[in-house]
Design a protein around this ligand. Structure first.
Ligand code: ZN
Ligand code: ZN
Length: 325
């Protein structure tokens, strides 16, 4: 599979006009910068694992880290994103509360603020008003590097909070969600410290507690942050764009992050059809969040799931022959 390089966003007008949608490949410099953004942090982590194995990293750390990663990651993808933000399905009260708490353990902000920011992102994708577009500083090499950094993490430091009354009045009106919002600082502390408390009790040692605090606490939180942030940065610059999105919206499918993001990196389809419960709609596109929603539906906890409809999806495909390969 080739990682196609992006061109200005196709939209209905240009897709039907005779002008081609693409005009050559992106420069090597930009490709190097992009790969550096994805690969370097993960490579550093992969190198650290064997170095620390046996004295500073144990199976217990791995199991705890994985468990908390999965809860937080699915809480963000299924809970905050597909359920709370986009209403891809209806959940019973227990599931709604559980998903909202699970997403909070990812430490990406309280649920209502997360949703408000993300709805604002969809309202203004890659245009003025988007809280985190990598195209904010233009399309030059320097502008894009700056923009990628801004979309990835910089916006959090210079952030103007999206107006919750405007973008998330439904959540503000919900007593259960308001309660989780209030408890958010407590959930943050528990998410950061529980792995080390568990490991300390299991191993009955400070060394065990410390090592779990590092791997299952700090590294797990940092990794999940980078994966989520990569959806905002990488997935608006790099990857394939088989579906038509609104003018200027450059959301793309970036397959290398599909598993770590539990299916959130099929971001082009998501922007083309935001309420769809499955983002990886094509063959072979692993989407673990969609599988989880499917399980909730089977259990009777989730109803009215907006599964992809073939004709609706096909109507959004970029016309054959105009797609960037
Ligand atoms: Zn997006
Ligand atoms: Zn979204």
């Amino acid at each position: 599979m080739s990682l196609s390089v992006l061109d200005p966003a196709p939209n209905e007008a240009t897709a039907r006009s005779p002008k081609p949608l693409t005009e050559g490949r992106q420069s090597v410099g930009i490709l190097i910068a992009l790969w550096g953004f994805v690969v370097l942090p993960f490579a550093a982590l992969l190198i650290a694992v064997p170095v620390a194995w046996g004295w500073g990293l144990t199976w217990l750390d791995v199991v705890l880290g994985l468990a908390f990663y999965v809860v937080g990651g699915l809480g963000i993808g299924t809970g905050f994103h597909r359920y709370l933000t986009h209403g891809s399905f209806k959940a019973n009260r227990g599931l709604r509360i559980a998903l909202t708490i699970a997403g909070s353990t990812a430490i990406e902000g309280n649920p209502t603020q997360w949703v408000a920011d993300h709805r604002r992102h969809h309202a203004f994708s890659d245009r003025e008003g988007d809280p985190h577009s990598p195209w904010r500083f233009g399309e030059s090499f320097g502008g894009l590097v700056k923009g990628l950094f801004y979309a990835h993490v910089g916006w959090l430091f210079f952030r103007e909070l999206a107006n919750r009354e405007r973008f998330a009045p439904d959540l503000m009106a919900d007593k259960d969600i308001r309660r989780v919002d209030k408890l958010f600082p407590v959930i943050v502390i528990l998410s950061a410290t529980l792995p080390s408390i568990i490991a300390g009790l299991v191993t009955w040692s400070w060394q065990g507690a410390l090592s779990a605090f590092f791997w299952a606490g700090l590294v797990r939180i940092g990794l999940l942050h980078h994966v989520t942030w990569s959806i905002n940065s990488i997935c608006h610059v790099y990857g394939e764009r088989p579906f038509e999105t609104r003018e200027g919206d450059r959301a793309s499918n970036f397959w290398p992050l599909a598993i770590l993001s539990f299916g959130e990196s099929w971001h082009n389809l998501h922007h083309a059809d935001p309420t769809c419960a499955r983002h990886g709609v094509d063959k072979g596109q692993i989407d673990i969040n969609a599988r989880l929603i499917w399980i909730f539906e089977k259990l009777g906890w989730a109803t009215d799931v907006r599964w992809p409809k073939t004709d609706r999806i096909d109507a959004k495909r970029v016309a054959a022959g105009t797609m960037n390969g």
